[in-house]
Design a protein. Sequence first.
Length: 367
Amino acid sequence: MLNNFEQSMNEHGGNIYRLAEELGLPESKIIDFSASINPLGVSKRVGDKIKKGLKDLSHYPDPDTKELRGKIAQYHDIEPETLLCGNGSTELIYLVPRAFKPEKVLIPSPTFSEYERACRMTSYKLKVKSYKLKKENNFDINPDEFISSLVTRHSSLPFDMAFLCNPNNPTGSLLKRETVLRIAEAAKKLKCLLIVDEAFIDFHPEESVIKDTHDNPYLIVLRSMTKFYALTGLRVGYGVFSSRLINKLKEFKEPWTVNTLAQKAAMAALGDNEYIGKTLRLIKSEKDFLENGFRRIGVEFFSSDANFYLLRFNNANEIILSLLKKGILVRDCSNFAGLDGSYIRIAVKSREDNMQLLEELSLWQKA
């Protein structure tokens, strides 16, 4: 049974419900390393805001998310008119190609699979080209090579859209702000839309390019409140666009996609400096703990600038199934383009959970 379950689970992480059902356990007993969510959970400020917001559930949510956009704009020091909120950043990932109908798209490999899926849903004629990341280079993006790939000297069909995930999922590699801006400037000259997905940038906010869209009408920046703020079940994301782009996007966007509690929770989370500081300290401490543990027991891992790690094992599938039987869910990376079946991704969680994972991996390394 678990073999079939594991095969069905490698599309995305976070499906604790199915594993709990398979094992006959309550969901609270599943340790989920497959989804990279803040182990602190939602902040007290968010919890209090949600409770107070229950009285408003008999009303429709604000379709324009005006108050939320104002809060986001204030937090990032940008204009609220440049913002569009969505049901998680995934809604916007699908909205952008649906609105602009690209003909040729460049996507790194491996990276978040929804970019390619979202693009292919727009047209069967769409061409997607992979920029392949190399294991020997720690899966880092070489900006010169990426820019060179955008320049289609020997093709009559130029790239009109490209994606970057920064830090990249599932590798955890981070591009510096000046490097992203160099790629964005090259895309601008080629009249190619560059979508920079900053779902994990909250761990390195100084490298964000969210304030730079006003200088580049071809630059789009997407943000998620799922990972850092743990608003996973509420689904809140937002994007920053030039005025030319945002007006077009609004023609294709469904109304009321960000519910009332999600809007209130997001406003409460932004600027909660106590929670932000506590999160950054915890993640740093637990990353140090995990890296020391990986080295001690001989697990091959790749350096990460996010709250997850990409690990490599010769017997990854056996390890995944063994962990599943013990109620530990990790992310099978075999369905990431550019990775084979020897990779798994694990989230950085609490000390107790991280210790248990290292203990289980240690048993496999000794076997």
